[in-house]
Design a protein around this ligand. Structure first.
Ligand code: GSH
Length: 290
């Protein structure tokens, strides 16, 4: 049995990011199908995910689940071993409460600060309504971390569905440089440094779907997360590896890093590695070992 997941542009679609994190963070295999938002691609993709109208949507065994909250609960029910919600019932009740509040709330923060995983915006001036949302989000983070968090970076100690719901909000605090406490900043930084979050972001950069509708008309500042290794695409080999480290197929596309050339079997896999080489364990293994 495989899950199929319909998603939108990785750089902008916050709900798609959540949908994908439910699988990738909890080790549940999935095949993603991408469509560009606000184009014919989306309704075409969703033809096979009826009755879903938006992304994310999930399909398995002829069943379609749409809307992130339903996807979270369905996966949690089907994969109890993944422990997607906190094990402690009181913590779980709180995790469900704050996730539901996120799912239905923070309208100002979500509307005024659309997710954008390409860069930071310079000079964003938040409205009073956005500032109020920022305060409420941090109040929730602080409450649950003080009560249920431990020395681990996530809201309830181990990563849970609640962290998935807040991952895109964490990115917005960083990319719009919204006011935040040191504790909130540490939590935000945990998301920006999270291996799966980095993989998602790198795939979005490689996808290179630029949507002008998300342009805030503000200066672009460097990404506020980890600085990528200085890899760049190159036109030809030879490369140190003759077969792609991801697929095992013969290499056709190349990148250069530290004067060394590595090969991949298609431009997307090359470009996602250029975007954030350190996010890809298979690449780091070959880079460190060869
Ligand atoms: N309540 C839904 C929201 C889903 C949603 O708004 N998805 C956006 C992408 S982030 C979408 O599909 N937009 C396409 C459109 O509006 O045509 C959920 O939780 O999944």
């Amino acid at each position: 049995m495989t899950y199929d997941l319909a998603i939108g542009d990785r750089s902008y679609s916050s709900w798609s990011l959540r949908g994908w994190l439910f699988f990738s963070k909890f080790g549940i295999p999935v095949k993603s199908h991408t469509a560009k938002l606000y184009t014919d691609e989306l309704p075409r993709l969703l033809e096979s995910f009826k009755p879903a109208r938006l992304v994310p949507a999930v399909k398995y065994d002829g069943v379609v689940v749409h809307d992130t909250m339903a996807i979270a609960e369905t996966l949690n029910e089907r994969h109890p071993e993944a422990q997607m919600w906190p094990a402690n019932p009181d913590a779980r009740a709180m995790a469900r409460s704050i996730s539901a509040e996120m799912h239905s709330g923070f309208a100002a923060l979500r509307n005024d600060c659309p997710m954008n995983l390409l860069h930071q915006w310079g000079g964003f001036a938040p409205s009073d309504a956005v500032l109020k949302d920022c305060e409420r989000v941090q109040e929730l983070w602080q409450l649950v971390r003080n009560t249920y968090g431990d020395s681990k970076p996530w809201l309830f100690g181990d990563y849970s569905i609640a962290d998935v719901f807040f991952a895109p909000l964490a990115s917005r605090f960083a990319t719009y440089n919204l006011p935040r406490s040191a504790e909130a900043d540490a939590y935000i930084s945990a998301h920006l440094n999270d291996p799966q979050f980095r993989i998602w972001r790198a795939m979005g950069i490689a996808q290179n779907h630029i949507q002008p509708v998300y342009d805030m008309g503000l200066p672009h500042l460097p990404w506020p997360g980890p600085t990528p290794l200085p890899a760049s695409p190159v036109a030809c080999g030879p490369s140190e590896n003759s077969h792609c480290l991801y697929s095992g197929d013969p290499v056709t596309d190349y990148l250069e890093l530290d004067g060394r050339v590595f090969g991949f079997c298609n431009p997307f896999c090359r470009d996602k590695t250029v975007a954030d080489a350190a996010a890809w364990p298979a690449f780091m293994e070959i880079y460190g070992l060869m």
